[in-house]
Design a protein around this ligand. Structure first.
Ligand code: BES
Ligand code: ZN
Length: 658
């Protein structure tokens, strides 16, 4: 490196940029006692052989010798008597075994214990839901009916589906299934018979409705029909009533929040992100609530009688249950509707006062603009005909990315130029950019399971800057975001109580606990780092973005896990590299950052004019590891991208542990 070394910074790597790799030697050495990764990966260097003691070489032979010796000591009569008794015992044993196994086959088949598993079996898969809801805002109740079209791939006598399971006055949820039936379908989807259900019950512990059939359900297509009724609660998830004052009067609005596990509070459904299906929806509501919205545009709106209106909606694309959304309100929306370049109909809806004051316009305009930008970024057009954005007076999150019907807290969507601050405007912009990013990454391509939530939220937090920078180029938002994500991530991730970005989760509480700064901010910072690996600098994005586009194309309307994304990144990164060159594998690099918690602090030492050594150590705010610490599969070592600059040249290189 010579005496011209000026800057050494954390950043990216690109071996191609190294004109003279021998000139500089960087090594990432572990501090202290920690073994290097290579040792950890080969723990079996010592081979152990054990001799079997002669006495235990053949226990059956030894037993046989003993029995033979004893038998030879018996008289002929004794031998006959023993043989007769043994014969009788064998006959008796056969009778007993036959009886027991017969009664076992009469008992419930073993498979029934599947409702003790927290996850649904993957051998019953939904393809379509035909749902009708009647929302009674006055009495704060709703009723529903649905046909769920399923495909059974393994013979079973039990069907499981998620339902809301809380029957408590304090919580107020009271979904009560009043009808259920199972029907066999032919290839055309027509009903050709029914399957008698012997016993059905809610299994509260795992939020299941269990249906045991009288006969085996063999592989094929079926339809389950349900009717239910439930209270409409004033909570903040499922479908719920929120209230506000207008001209001195109390008003109600129905809103929804399904992510992560509340769709089951609205309808029986396969409430896991990988059970994607299409939905058809019909909503009947009182005509005092003229605005009734769902994920897809309305086809028709007809008066049933003097009180009730029936809204029928277009069939949805294949989607996960956590993205369903509902609004029943007396709100106003942006008029005329704004269109994106390719014709997506966009409007913002909210209380009449703010909309009359024009507070809907800013979010509606940037929504249309950001859709255009994301269509280019993701290389895929927005697949739905509309996006309604609704400001809800009581909303638990800042906003929720429901497909085609995004719900926001009022302050995250409405911006009145006469009253509100520029800080409010920036908030509206970033939240809109974030939720729109999910319309592709999250909604079109969805994580297989909640353990990859960091990817969903981290990615939207990363893509958010693209939307913001394109819609408000003068804001210098990129500089701000890079800084704010990293500092937020470092703050929480320097404690031993932190967690790896990707963790196994199954219990509902573990799932909700994942919506934290590790998923959002560390996740986003890690994607920036991956982009720098692939593209060389923070401002170039070509390889990374190509990989994202092919990932979206490959998994659209489906589900993927983090390694599926890494594989796409690695494929493109590898193709751009000289194949003779040894290169790090992006999957391995990313795993060291997502499968272990915390992060490294680096120390750079100069040996002489031409050499520096860089070592890494896990950073903890407490200063040192404490006994009882969680083990890491990578021994708390990371692949660290190094970016450096000398007086004469700028270099980037991935330093590997050695
Ligand atoms: N998907 C989340 C909303 C969410 C959060 C659902 C927690 C369930 C539990 C949404 O995309 C989101 O991340 N919203 C953020 C705003 C964003 C700009 C960071 C929020 O609600 O704060
Ligand atoms: Zn999000």
């Amino acid at each position: 490196m010579g005496t011209d070394s000026d800057v050494i910074a954390l950043g990216l790597v690109d071996n191609e940029e190294l004109e003279n790799p021998e000139e500089v030697s960087e090594r990432l050495e572990p501090y202290g006692e920690d073994p290097p990764i290579s040792d950890l990966l080969n723990p079996d260097e010592v081979s152990v052989t054990m001799e079997t003691p002669p006495s235990s070489r053949n226990p059956f032979r030894v037993m046989f010798e003993v029995v033979k010796k004893t038998w030879n000591t018996f008289t002929r009569d004794t031998k006959r008597a023993i043989l007769a008794i043994m014969g009788l015992a064998i006959v008796l044993a056969i009778v007993v075994i036959a009886t027991v196994s017969k009664s076992a086959s009469i008992r419930e088949p073993k498979a029934e214990s599947i409702w003790d598993e927290i996850r649904l079996p993957t051998t019953v898969v939904p393809s379509h839901y035909d749902v009708k809801l009647k929302i009674d805002m006055t009495n704060e109740r709703f009723t529903g009916s649905e046909d769920v079209y399923i495909e059974v791939t393994n013979t079973t006598a039990v069907l499981l589906i998620h339902i809301n399971d809380v029957h408590s006055d304090t919580q107020g949820y009271e979904m009560n299934i009043t009808q259920h039936s199972v029907h066999r379908l032919n290839d055309k989807g027509e009903t050709v018979g029914s399957i008698p259900v012997k016993h059905a019950f809610p299994y509260t512990k795992n939020s299941f409705y269990v249906m045991k059939s009288k006969e085996e359900i063999v592989p094929g297509k079926y339809k389950i029909y349900f009717e239910w009724e439930s209270r409409l609660v004033r909570g903040l998830d499922g479908i719920y009533i929120s209230s506000y004052k207008e001209d001195g009067l109390d008003k109600k609005v129905l809103a929804s929040q399904m992510e992560p596990l509340a769709a089951r509070k609205v309808m029986p459904c396969f409430d896991e992100p990988s059970f994607k299906a299409t939905f058809s929806m019909e909503i009947t509501a009182e005509n005092t609530y003229p605005l009734v919205l769902w994920n897809m545009p309305e086809i028709s709106n007809t008066a049933v009688d003097d009180t009730w209106n029936k809204f029928v909606f277009q069939k949805s694309v294949k989607m996960s249950t956590y993205l369903l959304a509902f609004v029943v309100a007396d709100f106003k929306c942006t008029e005329p509707i704004i269109e994106s370049t390719k014709g997506v109909k966009v409007r913002t809806c909210g209380r009449k006062g703010p909309v009359d004051a024009g507070a809907d316009l800013y979010s509606a305009k940037i929504t249309a603009k950001i859709i255009d930008e994301y269509e280019t970024f993701y290389g895929t057009d927005f697949p739905l005909p509309k996006i309604d954005s609704v400001a809800v007076p009581d909303f638990s999150a800042g906003a929720m990315e429901n497909w085609g019907l995004i719900l926001y807290r009022e302050t995250a969507l409405l911006w009145d130029p006469k009253k509100d601050t520029y800080n409010n405007k920036a908030r509206v912009n970033t939240v809109v950019a974030h939720e729109l990013a999910h319309q592709w990454f999250g909604n079109l391509v969805t994580m297989k399971w909640w353990n990859d939530l960091w990817l969903n939220e981290g990615f939207a937090s990363y893509v958010e800057w693209i939307g913001t920078v394109k819609s408000e180029p003068q804001w210098n938002y990129l500089d701000f975001q890079t800084f704010s994500d990293k500092s937020r991530a470092f703050a929480i991730d320097s404690y031993m109580s932190s967690r790896p970005a990707s963790v196994d989760v199954s219990k509902p509480d573990d799932i909700t606990a994942q919506f934290d700064s590790i998923s959002y901010s560390k996740g986003s910072a890690l994607l920036v780092q991956a982009k720098m690996f692939m593209d060389g600098t923070e401002s170039t994005t070509e390889n990374f973005e190509n990989a994202i586009r092919s990932y979206v194309k490959q998994y659209e309307y489906g589900n993927a896990e983090q390694t599926d994304l890494y594989e796409q990144l690695d494929k493109i990164y590898g193709a751009k590299k000289d194949t003779s060159e040894t290169r790090v594998n992006i999957i391995e690099v990313m795993n060291t950052w997502t499968l272990q918690m915390n992060f490294p602090v680096l120390e750079v030492r100069r040996y002489d004019d031409n050499h520096i050594a860089i070592s890494q150590r896990r950073f903890l705010i407490s200063g040192s590891d404490v006994s009882g610490d969680k083990e890491s599969p990578y021994g708390y070592q990371w692949y660290v991208p190094i970016e450096y600059m000398t007086r004469s040249r700028y270099r980037v290189r991935v330093a590997e542990t050695s």
